[in-house]
Ligand binder design. Structure first.
Ligand code: IVH
Length: 676
């Protein structure tokens, strides 16, 4: 029986990984998302019932859920070097001359894109991914294996047979532009600062503590370098192709050329085509192909002499700054925007550019009427990088240095509602504090309220909200629940059927669980995960509303700023009134009975490391039980850990560490006794 379950689990894992490969590496899925989810569900269920067969390379690992408090630092087997940079074709030519001086026989260059993300080193033993390390300082990096396993294009088990028993493969983890845009949309909704670019987003994500969040962020990885003792080929390109056959994502853009002219062609092609890529690149990399020639060329202290990066120049033009306008975002953040005399830049006409914030305007001393330099770098929105002072019109009078242009005065009041702006210490942006009445903020809050992960009223999009708001029908989220059919029908484009749909959607939202309602009401800095934590900790809104900053800090992972925001939110009588009205409308402001059974605070102030395989719980359920009883999951053992729950096959290293630090080791049964 158990043999056949094990067999079934292995077969199912294989099929699921094959689909992952088709979808994420080949971009050629052969199954619907629905059917895929069914397979995965089946595997999750089987592993739950037979946790002794939940293997570390199971595709269920890609769902995440493990928490890492502190990432362990590990020494690299081979140091992780960086590349020399050049910015001009002359410098590349010099590089080629240097190579030619040392290598007199024919040689090839491999041309690759320079992916703009975070470097990663992956170690495989016997075809299984065993470790993923960040670059760190090049000598040692952080172990981010748990998070990396959630990246679906990275194989957990290799395909084929001709891979070495042990090897390392390096590449770049990046965030596709579409995922980056979506995350920023979500951050904007809850009032969190936007991520600057996909690279920062990728590196921040990789170091997140909760791997379930990493799993949702759609990171991807291109591989560019294979290292090891017994590689199948004696050259870089051929080993990359081999790696591709083992299931790694090696892009088709990689080519081999035999002259520097070939390299120049590659550069010209990608300097133009990079705009159409789904991810950012910041240049190209060229590498001498044959290992024996690489060896002859050797290394400098920091980088190989057989490879170099050519960085694309950011394209830049000068144009006239005609005016500065100020936009109010959904969260009240003010963004100054430069209105420019239209100018052609990197293939598109640019009319507007971001001026970021007051500090940048002051630092650059940008004035309306100036000729400014505009640049398109890694970011999609062009930015102003400086002023051509020589073009600034001179003023009259005796003062030789006087100019005809007055310095820019940043606005003091909101252009939408007239409220005086505020700027908190340490923050770059000015904000309009009139959260509850400033039109773009009110509409933004409503859009967040109805969104899929919040109240999920999908018949009510941004346009409908604008219609309702502009017609004076809804001024706060509470007004949504008193909408009448006759009011709805009065609006443009609202026929009987759409009105019915809308009202049904609103009615259905009354069943949405407390943690999602808490997320939906849009307290600044409260994302999905925090809302869930708060909901389980306080169990109902009244207890949360009564909590002090100190009490809020007791909830794991809530910082001072968030705690203060929550207290301030409930101190505002207008928010209290909205919540009272929503309560009256029948929304869920407490955990359901089902959610309440299985919760307690028996494990308050205790932290747990879960290790090994269990017979009564799956690892995920065990962790859930810890959280639901008020305890905290941590990824690695430290002196502060309260207990290690040890299952079968617990790693000997962990056991040693726990014993050394005097952390109590308990069994699954001891744990059950604790919570009952
Ligand atoms: S090769 C010894 N190839 O650029 C050679 N690096 O400073 C090691 N990068 O940290 C690097 N795309 O993260 C190589 N096709 C590519 C690359 C690439 C991006 C990154 C890598 C490295 C940095 C080089």
């Amino acid at each position: 029986m158990s043999e056949s379950v094990e067999h079934k689990i292995k077969e199912l894992s294989k099929i699921i990984e094959e689909h992952n490969y088709n979808y994420y590496v080949l971009s050629a899925p052969t199954i619907s998302d629905f059917d895929f989810d069914k397979l995965l569900e089946e595997l999750i269920q089987l592993e739950k019932e037979h946790p002794q067969f939940a293997f570390p390379d199971s595709p269920t690992q890609r769902v995440g859920g493990q928490i890492t408090k502190d990432f362990i630092t590990v020494k690299h087997k081979y140091p992780m070097l960086s590349l020399g940079n050049t910015y001009s074709e002359e410098e590349l030519k010099d590089f080629d001359d240097r190579v030619r001086k040392t290598i007199t026989e024919p040689f090839e260059y491999v041309c690759e894109l320079k992916y703009d993300g975070v470097a990663i080193g992956l170690t495989y033993k016997n075809g299984k991914l065993v470790q993923a390390l960040t670059r760190g300082d090049g000598e040692q990096g952080d172990d981010v294996t748990t998070n990396v396993k959630t990246i679906k294009s990275i194989p957990l088990t290799l395909r084929g047979t001709n891979f070495p028993d042990e090897f390392e493969i390096r590449g770049e983890i990046f965030m596709p532009r579409s995922s980056f845009d979506e995350i920023n949309r979500e951050r904007e909704e809850i009032g969190d600062a936007l991520l600057a670019n996909p690279r920062n987003a990728a590196s921040g994500t990789l170091k997140m503590q909760d791997s379930a969040v990493v799993a949702k962020r759609n990171l991807d990885c291109y591989l560019y370098f294979v290292l090891g003792e017994n590689l199948p080929h004696q050259s870089h390109y051929e080993n990359l192709l081999a790696a591709k056959s083992w299931g790694f994502k090696v892009p088709d853009s990689v080519i081999k050329v035999n002259s520097i002219e070939g390299v120049f062609n590659f550069i010209s092609k990608w300097d133009i085509e990079r705009e159409h890529l789904q991810f950012d690149i910041d240049g190209v990399v060229l590498k001498v192909n044959a290992y024996d020639q690489q060896k002859t060329l050797g290394f400098t202290a920091k980088s190989p002499r057989w490879a170099i990066a050519y960085k694309f120049k950011a394209q830049r033009v000068a144009t006239l700054l005609e005016s500065i306008s100020y936009q109010v975002g959904r969260t009240g953040a003010i963004t100054p925007v430069a209105n420019l005399k239209p100018v052609l830049l990197a293939g598109t006409t640019v009319k507007r550019a971001s001026l970021h914030n007051a500090d940048i305007i002051e630092k650059l001393d940008v004035r309306v009427g100036d000729t400014v330099f505009v640049e398109k770098g890694g970011e999609i929105i062009p930015k102003i990088i400086g002023v051509d002072e020589s073009k600034r019109p001179v003023g009259g009078g005796n003062d030789l240095f006087a100019t005809a242009l007055p310095p820019t005065k940043y606005i003091t009041h909101c252009p939408e509602c007239g409220t005086e702006l505020v700027r908190s210490e340490g923050e770059a942006n000015h904000y309009c504090p009139n959260e509850l009445e400033c039109p773009p903020q009110v509409k933004g809050r409503m859009e967040h309220f109805v969104s899929r992960k919040a109240m999920d009223i999908d018949s009510m999009g941004a346009e409908t909200i604008a219609l309702f708001y502009d017609a004076g029908l809804v001024k706060t989220i509470a007004d949504i629940y008193v909408l009448k059919k006759e009011d709805v029908l009065k609006l443009e484009r609202m026929a009987e059927k759409s009105a019915n749909n809308l009202l049904a959607g609103i009615e259905a939202s009354k069943q949405i669980t407390f943690e999602r309602v808490l997320y939906a009401i849009g307290i600044r800095h409260i994302g999905e995960t925090t809302a869930k934590k708060l909901a389980y900790y306080f169990k109902n809104i009244d207890a949360l509303a009564a909590a002090s900053v100190e009490e809020l800090l007791e909830v794991g992972d809530i910082g001072e700023k968030t705690a203060q925001t929550i207290v301030a939110y409930f101190a505002d009588s207008r928010n209290v009134e909205i919540i009272t009205r929503l309560k009256q409308a029948g929304l869920q402001f407490q955990l359901s009975d089902e959610q309440l059974t299985n919760t307690s605070d028996k494990l308050k102030d205790l932290s747990f490391v879960v290790s090994g395989v269990f017979s009564k719980f799956s690892r995920d359920d065990l962790k859930k039980a810890i959280e639901q009883n008020g305890g905290k999951n941590v990824g690695s053992i430290s002196g502060k850990t309260s207990y290690v729950i040890a299952g079968d096959n617990m790693g000997p290293e962990k056991l040693k560490k726990a014993e050394k630090l005097g952390v109590k080791i308990i069994s699954e049964d001891d744990f059950i006794t604790m919570i009952n």
